[in-house]
Design a protein around this ligand. Structure first.
Ligand code: ADP
Ligand code: MG
Length: 241
């Protein structure tokens, strides 16, 4: 294996092992984003802040608008506890959002440990998709693709393949969901970057195959553009081997 790849795999293992040593079986969002970045998946610019002033500094460095999110080992679905604020446009907005998030979490989940607040760039709106990885008890590592929102939740419009996958399989996964037309552009909508999306599914496949401690990956949502994409949320479930 080449040196860069070996270094990357080592860095990935370090993130996973640190969490396992602390008996955490779900990576924090910033850890999960570091991990997907190592495997080449584009994600948001971000910093973890531990005070409102800290968050303002981070927001200024990143550039407005920003998104603030709770970072807690005890919170998995951040929106459910009032832990996400999007579209923040000013220093004052950051200070208010910071305190609101902490207040919401303390009220709705008083026992939750709070590590800080993730301050990140607000990605431009576009079509949202979901890319996932899982371990099937029978078939082993596998990858999943679906369009975001109601397509997955209501229509269960998703595709699966056993990992590792090749590019043509990733493209097939994208093409076989019923909503695929949305990605290809129709009427007034521009065609989206299906090639980078296929690469992203392959990167998730790589992660599942090369890091056996990973049980599950959930990139939801990945926002796909005419050129490029961004995973704005990342959940990684791990296990001890
Ligand atoms: P949850 O833990 O509730 O899934 P997410 O990180 O997915 O939290 O945030 C909830 C929603 O907020 C996302 O589905 C997305 O629509 C929006 N969102 C989150 N982060 C960003 C971002 N950086 N840029 C733009 N939209 C975002
Ligand atoms: Mg999410």
């Amino acid at each position: 294996m080449d040196k860069l790849l070996t270094n990357n795999i080592n860095a990935a293992h370090t993130i996973v092992q640190k969490a396992l040593l602390q008996k955490r079986f779900e990576l924090l969002e910033p850890e999960a984003k570091e991990l997907i970045e190592i495997f080449g998946i584009p994600t948001t610019r971000r910093t973890v802040a531990v005070s409102p002033a800290d968050a303002v500094k981070a927001a200024t460095a990143i550039g407005y608008p920003v998104v603030l999110k709770i970072v807690s080992p005890d919170v998995s679905h951040k929106t459910d506890v009032g832990g996400v604020k999007v579209g923040i446009n000013s220093d004052e907005g950051v200070r208010v959002a910071y305190e609101e998030i902490i207040g919401n979490v303390k009220k709705r989940q008083p026992d939750a440990r709070i590590n800080g607040i993730l301050v990140e760039e607000m990605a431009k709106a576009s079509t949202e998709v979901i890319v996932g990885g899982l371990r099937d008890p029978q078939f082993g590592p596998a990858v999943m693709f679906g369009l975001g929102g109601i397509f997955v939740e209501v229509f269960k419009d998703v595709s699966f393949r056993i990992a590792p996958i090749e590019e043509h399989e990733a493209l097939d996964m994208i093409n076989e969901v019923k909503g695929a037309k949305i990605l290809k552009g129709f009427r007034n909508t521009e065609a989206l970057d299906i090639s980078t999306l296929a690469q992203t599914i392959m990167h998730v496949s790589d992660m599942m195959v090369s890091i056996e401690e990973i049980k599950e990956i959930d990139l939801n949502p990945v926002i796909v553009y005419p050129q490029g994409l961004k995973s704005v949320d990342a959940r990684v479930i791990i296990r001890r081997l």
